[in-house]
Design a protein around this ligand. Structure first.
Ligand code: PLP
Length: 371
């Protein structure tokens, strides 16, 4: 792989040299003091990310625990739902893209699930969510940044609906946390989940989760899959370990990546992500391309990834040739997922991109269209 290959897929994202090097240290036992120090360092910096993701950097949580799982965010999503409704319950899942749908499919395995469903790319109608949520609802699931469409969903408004019904609120912040604002207490979030390989800019393989103190008594670890017993994970997290063998090199890499976020500071990091996604969007518009989806004033575009409609000539069966032309120039971007394949392309600005890399991404897409 050429050293200057530029990954602009919405995860995995480019990983800094220091983060990669952290993975090549001599192996240690996951029960050693050395590993506990790695876990503690990662956890401390993740606490910062989960609790200070605002433009001002103020604290957003009155208390909770960050923990890491050996397994990507899909495991985290399942763990959260299963521990909250393990023996059966009622879940309302908000679906307006692939990852909202995934959350609902996970919930189907553990609970009676009601989908509040919109077309992919259609903004969430909060009144429709309020109609579906009631006193019997145990859990509401919501995706903050819908990676399949580039839409930022109204986590705060849906959190109010969940809170009014005394339902627990589980938020997939996989492509927002570490790059955009997320307010735990103000938005009524009980469990927030992210992936290592997205805006945290670490290698793939781990997920990170924030569990508020308030929701902990509602967890029923014994009703969840053995590997995902969150009561057990939380007990172990307090002593900076995991219940089972930790993926030691990945924890080291995540600790280093999270330390780099702390160094930049969430206010600067959020501002940079907002500027870079705006730059991508403006650059593509300048070429005459259109954003996907078309938005009314109640909806917001993502600040961490940009979805663009493929123009005639690069759509459908011709999309593959366009993607190949981008790739041949040393840049990787993503197409649309599921039925959006051949309709859109997606570019991420999650993690540590420089302005030069953003410009290179825009220029490369322009060249590939002209080919
Ligand atoms: N949720 C969102 C919003 C995502 O973008 C992704 C991955 O792209 C996931 C969940 C699931 O991630 P994984 O496949 O890493 O488990």
């Amino acid at each position: 792989m050429r050293e200057d290959f530029l990954l602009l897929n919405p995860g995995p994202v480019p990983v800094a040299r220091e983060v990669r090097e952290a993975m090549s240290e001599p192996m240690v036992s996951h029960r050693s003091a050395e590993f506990e120090a790695v876990y503690e360092r990662a956890q401390d910096h993740l606490d910062y990310v989960f609790e200070h993701s605002t433009p001002s950097g103020d604290s957003t949580s009155s208390g909770g625990t960050s923990l890491m799982l050996n397994g990507t965010a899909t495991m985290g999503m399942e763990a959260a739902v299963a521990n909250l409704v393990g023996d059966g319950g009622e879940v309302v899942s908000v679906v307006n893209g692939k990852f909202g749908r995934r959350f609902a499919r996970i919930a189907d395995r553990y609970a009676d699930t009601t989908r509040v469903e919109f077309d992919w790319g259609e903004p969430v109608d909060v009144d429709a969510v309020a109609d579906a949520v009631g006193p019997e609802t145990d859990v509401v699931t919501m995706v903050h940044n819908e990676t399949s469409t580039g839409l930022l969903n109204p986590v705060e408004d849906v959190g109010e609906v969940a809170g009014d019904a005394d339902a627990r609120y589980v938020v997939d912040g996989v492509t927002s946390i570490g790059g955009d604002e997320l307010r735990i207490d103000d938005w009524g979030v009980d469990v927030a989940i992210t992936d290592a390989q997205k805006a945290l800019a670490a290698p793939p393989g781990l997920s990170a989760m924030y569990v508020t103190d308030d929701v902990k008594p509602d967890l029923d670890g014994e009703a969840a899959p053995f590997y995902e017993d969150l009561d057990w994970h939380l007990r172990k997290a307090d002593s900076h370990q995991t219940p089972f063998t930790s993926a030691v090199p990945l924890f080291r890499a995540l600790a280093e990546a999270a330390a780099r976020i702390r160094e930049e500071g969430m206010p600067d990091r959020i501002a940079r992500h907002r500027e870079q996604s705006a730059a991508f969007r403006a650059g593509f518009h300048e070429m005459g391309l259109e954003s996907f989806p078309e938005l009314n004033e109640t909806a917001e575009y993502s600040n961490t990834l940009t979805a663009i409609r493929l123009p005639a000539g690069a759509r459908g069966d011709d999309a593959a040739a366009f993607m190949d032309a981008v790739n041949a120039r040393g840049v990787s971007i993503s197409g649309g997922q599921a039925h959006l394949g051949g309709d859109i392309f997606r570019v991420s600005n999650m993690g540590q991109l420089t302005s030069q890399q953003v410009l290179r991404g825009i220029r490369t897409v322009g060249e590939a269209f002209r080919e």
